[in-house]
Design a protein around this ligand. Structure first.
Ligand SMILES: [Zn+2]
Length: 289
């Protein structure tokens, strides 16, 4: 029986009617809350954004060029009574009523650290930020480890090139240790983001050869294909350049470590069983369950 079937049949997850969209049980949410408590870092500036971000700020990130296939753009109804009647008529006749909508000025956040960078335009002191929340990626899948809507918790460094490298290295080590405490052994592998198209293949090769992305992987939904439950990313001056963020008079560099809250929870359910009350007491204690 697959992990997905086991979680759905026991009510740990609830099928919300679209591939990769799930409701979560109280037990599942308690694990996520426990993880959130473990991830925070003293001295970091905590910011929480909603799961949408300004479309105007979003396009500045270059996401449209690299990942157009993953984007979720929000559309809303902006018409009058006549447009409304036409929309309902189209719906009732089985037509495509969404053609009566227009793009809103917000898109769904594709990464939890994304909404942060535009807010840092100007001169900043080197420092660490803590962001957490829901993100969306348009990749419908029956693989429970590939959700369309899921939660990420990121630690983000913005400052100097050396500071970015050091922060990422420290966070990779710290996350590996945290996962070990929770009974999950991970492997650290060089990875690439799923850049789109032919130009994307070139970007993927460059990202791998420069080791800009490391993933911490373990078995979650498939014994053959390990799943990333955390990733450490060097952005170099990508966001500093895109949003005019400066540190010490020059373009800021940044790095982030992303904890995949849903994937870590799924990894725990895979390793310790779908009944959270039966997990090893050391793991339950560490999560405050
Ligand atoms: Zn990030």
């Amino acid at each position: 029986v697959s992990l997905r079937d086991a979680l759905l049949s026991t009510g740990v997850l609830v099928d919300a009617g679209s591939p990769g969209v799930y409701g979560r049980s109280a037990a599942y949410e308690a694990v996520v809350a426990g993880l959130e408590r473990l991830i925070g870092e003293p001295g970091s500036r905590v910011v929480r954004f909603p799961p949408v971000e300004s479309r105007a700020a979003f396009v500045g990130s270059g996401y449209l060029g690299s990942f157009p296939d993953l984007l979720g753009s929000i559309s809303t109804f902006r018409g009058d009574d006549r447009d409304h009647a036409a929309l309902l008529k189209t719906y009732e006749s089985g037509g495509d009523w969404t053609t009566g909508l227009v793009p809103a000025d917000v898109v769904l956040a594709p990464a939890v650290c994304h909404p942060l960078y535009p807010t840092l335009a100007g001169d900043v002191e080197a420092g660490t930020y803590d962001v957490s929340g829901w993100v969306f990626r348009a990749e419908p899948s029956q693989d429970v480890a590939r959700m369309q809507a899921f939660r990420q918790h990121d630690l983000v460094y913005v400052g100097t090139p050396d500071g970015a490298e050091q922060a990422r290295a420290a966070w990779l080590d710290r996350a590996t240790a945290t996962f070990a405490e929770l009974g999950i052994g991970v492997e650290r592998v060089v990875a690439n983001d799923p850049f789109f198209g032919r130009a994307g293949r070139v970007l993927s090769v460059g990202q791998r050869s420069d080791e800009l992305k490391y993933e911490l992987v373990c078995e979650v939904s498939s014994p053959d294909k390990p799943t990333a439950i955390g990733s450490g990313n060097l952005h170099r001056d990508h966001f500093g350049d895109a949003y005019g963020i400066r540190c010490g008079g020059v373009t800021a560099h940044s790095a982030c470590f992303g904890y995949g809250l849903d994937r870590i929870t799924l990894a725990l359910l895979r390793h310790h069983g779908v009944d959270v009350t039966a997990w090893p007491s050391a793991v339950r204690d560490r999560l405050g369950l």
